[in-house]
Design a binder for this molecule. Structure first.
Ligand code: GLN
Ligand code: ZN
Length: 765
């Protein structure tokens, strides 16, 4: 018999119940006990839903109140000393680690592989020690056992845990901590075994990266040590091929290995052609855990039948990766076009697909004839739908000249023209775009969406928000203003809603980090722009002030990456279509007198393939599509871009190749690490963030001046901007106001010092 299992399930809930509970908790409106109860109910519900689809093993313990890596930090007793927390971590300490407190900045956060999920980065020093604090984890396992569940506890494996962390001091390598880490894992694993757990899942997605040999060599001794005390270990890899590590993985003393065939199908042949390991189960991921398209069941079945012939009952079937990255349930969607809905599968539907596949394997394809026929029909309907192809868009792309991806002149010429035009002070201050999204703003948007207020009333209300935002910024003394983005629910959804080729779900939420969720649009067809999307708001904002207001757009790579994109054409193709739509918007803004335009690309890096060998090809097209979006304007229109929450140092040349006049970039959480590298070089203007917008703490002037002084070591004065790390929409005005006032004061202090003779001039456009 074939075994089916799941690797992980979203914690957030059908209706984002966890998000709401967390936010209540943080506002002091619910206590520890209530939060615990809500968590327990969600877990039980999710386990049952999964089990009802027919799964043999249900993942347990991967549920998180904020982030799984943070859970691992607490579970392994490796909370950084700087927090001064000892022993078992309660909610107060847990959230302080994630969000910072008065005394300490939060732990760094970065993107989980090439997904849009963000994890909390472990901090390591030579003194880091580990000690298991398994009470909470075992508590979840106990809950599942009490419910008579076939529970498969899930942990992040030791190599991935170390690999995704960061060394916080020089002269030591975090891999050297492995020998201290293993006993902590052993302690947890042996307790699982004592509790009668049969299988435990250890996630080692780090194997999808180009893991250095020194790391790969540790797999054998590490897993040997773990296997001695653990239940049967299922070592899971996902997101990419494990490449050359496959023979080693097949020979490890682990009872099971999971390969993500949706990321790299050739791994199956490679595995089967290696010497047999009769002690090892092979779990294959054949249902895409990251996309929302239905699985081609016939294709999956053919692949599985081959494996089944060789492996018999040692074949397990699963989604490629955890379902963390897809919405919970398509059944909740009642407004999506039936034609499109027929092409889709969300989390629970994917698990149902597994069950169908299992049946086909165990009882023969004829036993699932009906399902196969319906699935084939869906595939055909999609391939031949009249709603996918737009010949004009394709024609425009075919005829696109090389010039379309180039500004009129080089940056040095543009910079002069822009300086003459804007006459900004040294170290100009700006923000990243959004201002606090108050309850009032959210209610207005939602009322307008539901048709509860008229278009005119909505516009009036939004305009008054924009007016207030402009007035505030003028009062605070910022140099380049923004309209505040009150009309935007989300930086991708806002554009997707106005572009053709996009569709929207009602409840298709996916966790981004902590309580933050996104509802990615579905790109199902060719993308094009019917009419301008932002011009009237920005033009209004600009009409209120003599200082420049930045037009605010989302870039093609980010729109692509933060959507569920097509699997029937390349990412490049889709991104280029989006780029043309954004290009038209950029030109319309310029026409409307907006001379500073920001095209956000926070997802630029996360689009990178996981294997280095594939990087160049990606970076080449990614920078090109950005330039296609940005290059329709004159030299004296200033193009900004913005990026955040990822590593940038290794792609700086490709970031420079985007040729934005100014980049604002997140830097304060990692203590300006980026700028302190010898190799750091950005040829155009740059604003490394001077404070962390995810922390409610108000940064002090001195602190920001000190950061700016550090930046001056790496960036020429003429090229240095002063701004926060990211948009301010998650903050409250009472935090934003003093923070920005301090930021402006910091910039002024620095100007005084560097150019005491120059008066700070108010800018005119
Ligand atoms: N302009 C966006 C904002 O300020 C950028 C958000 C982001 O980088 N994720 O909210
Ligand atoms: Zn950002």
């Amino acid at each position: 018999m074939t075994t089916t299992h799941n690797l992980g399930f979203p914690s957030i809930g059908h209706k984002r119940e966890l998000k709401k509970a967390l936010e209540f908790y943080w506002q002091g409106q619910c206590n520890d006990e209530t939060l615990v109860t809500i968590g327990r109910h969600l877990r039980a519900k999710h386990w049952h839903l999964q089990q009802e689809t027919g799964l043999d093993w249900v993942p347990v313990g991967e549920f998180s109140y904020y982030d799984r890596m943070l859970d691992m930090i607490c579970l392994l007793g490796s909370v950084p000393k700087r927090f001064g927390f000892d022993g078992e971590i309660g909610f107060a300490e847990y959230f302080a680690l994630a969000r910072g407190n008065k005394a300490q900045p939060a732990l760094e956060m970065t993107k989980w592989f090439d997904t849009n999920y963000h994890y909390i980065v472990p901090e390591f020093t030579a003194e880091t020690t580990f000690e298991a604090f398994p009470e909470k984890f075992l508590g979840m396992v106990e809950e599942a056992l009490q419910l008579n569940l076939a529970a498969k506890p899930v942990l992040i494996g030791p190599l991935t845990f170390l690999c995704l962390g960061k060394e916080k001091e020089d002269g030591f390598e975090r891999l050297s901590l492995l020998s201290r880490l293993i006993p902590a894992y052993q302690s947890i694993l042996s307790q699982l075994k004592a509790r009668g757990i049969e299988w435990v899942q250890l996630d080692e997605p780090a194997l999808a990266l180009d893991l250095p040999q020194a790391w790969v060599q540790q797999l054998q001794p590490a897993y040997k040590a773990l296997a001695q005390v653990a239940p049967k270990i299922l070592l899971t890899t996902y997101f990419e091929s494990v490449g050359d590590s496959l023979p080693l993985l097949k020979s490890l003393p682990v009872a099971g290995l999971h390969l993500d065939l949706t990321a790299a199908a050739d791994q199956l042949e490679a595995y089967l052609s290696l010497p047999d390991n009769a002690d090892q189960v092979l779990s294959v991921g054949v249902v895409d855990g990251r996309g929302i398209w239905k699985t081609d069941l016939q294709a999956a079945l053919s692949m599985l039948e081959k494996a089944r012939l060789r492996l018999g009952d040692r074949l397990w079937v699963a989604p490629g990766c955890s379902l963390l990255h897809v919405p919970v349930d398509l059944a909740q969607e009642t407004t999506i076009e039936p034609e499109l809905k027929d092409w889709l599968a969300f989390g629970l539907q994917k698990l149902q697909e597994l069950n169908t596949l299992r049946q086909g394997l165990d009882l023969g394809a004829s036993s699932i004839q009906g399902e196969l026929a319906a699935n084939r029909q869906s595939m055909q309907n999609r391939a031949h739908s009249g709603h996918i192809c737009n010949p004009q868009v394709r024609e425009r792309i075919r005829n696109l000249s090389a010039d379309a991806a180039m500004r009129q002149h080089d940056f040095s010429i543009r910079q002069k023209r822009q300086q003459e035009k804007f006459r900004l002070p040294l170290f100009p201050t700006t923000t990243i775009g959004s201002f606090p999204q108050t309850d009032e703003i959210r209610e207005l948007r939602s009322a307008s969406k539901k048709g509860k207020i008229s278009g005119a009333d909505y516009e009036f209300a939004m305009r008054s928000e924009i007016r207030e935002c402009i007035e505030m910024q003028e009062k605070m003394g910022l140099d380049v203003l923004v309209h505040g983005e009150p009309e935007r629910n989300d930086m991708v959804e806002y554009f997707g809603e106005q572009l053709q080729g996009f569709a929207f779900t009602q409840h298709g939420w996916v966790q981004s980090y902590g309580s933050r969720c996104v509802k990615p649009p579905v790109i199902y067809g060719d993308v094009w722009r019917e009419q301008s999307m932002t011009v009237s708001w920005i033009r209004y904002a600009q009409s209120l002030t003599t200082r420049p207001v930045k037009g605010m757009l989302t870039g093609p790579v980010t729109i692509l990456q933060w959507s569920f994109y097509r699997n029937d054409q390349s990412r490049e193709e889709t991104a280029l279509q989006i780029a043309l739509a954004i290009r038209d918007e950029v030109c319309d803004l310029e026409q409307a007198g907006i001379r500073v335009i920001q095209i956000d690309e926070p997802a630029y890096r996360e689009g990178l393939p996981l294997k280095r060998k594939d990087w160049n090809a990606y970076l080449e097209w990614a920078s090109r599509v950005f330039r296609v979006a940005a290059s329709g304007v004159g030299d004296d229109t200033q193009i900004h871009t913005h990026m955040c929450y990822s590593e940038f140092h290794d792609i700086m040349p490709a970031i420079a190749a985007m040729d934005a006049d100014v980049i604002t970039i997140e830097a304060s959480r990692s203590d300006l690490e980026l700028l302190q590298r010898d190799s750091f070089h950005y040829p155009n203007e740059i604003g490394p963030g001077v404070y962390d917008v995810h922390s409610p703490e108000v940064p002090e002037v001195g602190q920001m001046v000190a950061l700016l002084e550090k930046m001056r070591g790496a960036v020429a004065d003429d090229n240095l901007w002063v701004n926060p790390d990211c948009g301010l929409k998650t903050r409250q005005w009472k935090e934003v106001k003093p923070a920005l006032e301090n930021m402006v004061a910091a910039a002024r202090q620095l100007r005084e010092k560097v150019q005491p003779e120059k008066q700070v001039s108010l800018t005119n456009i």
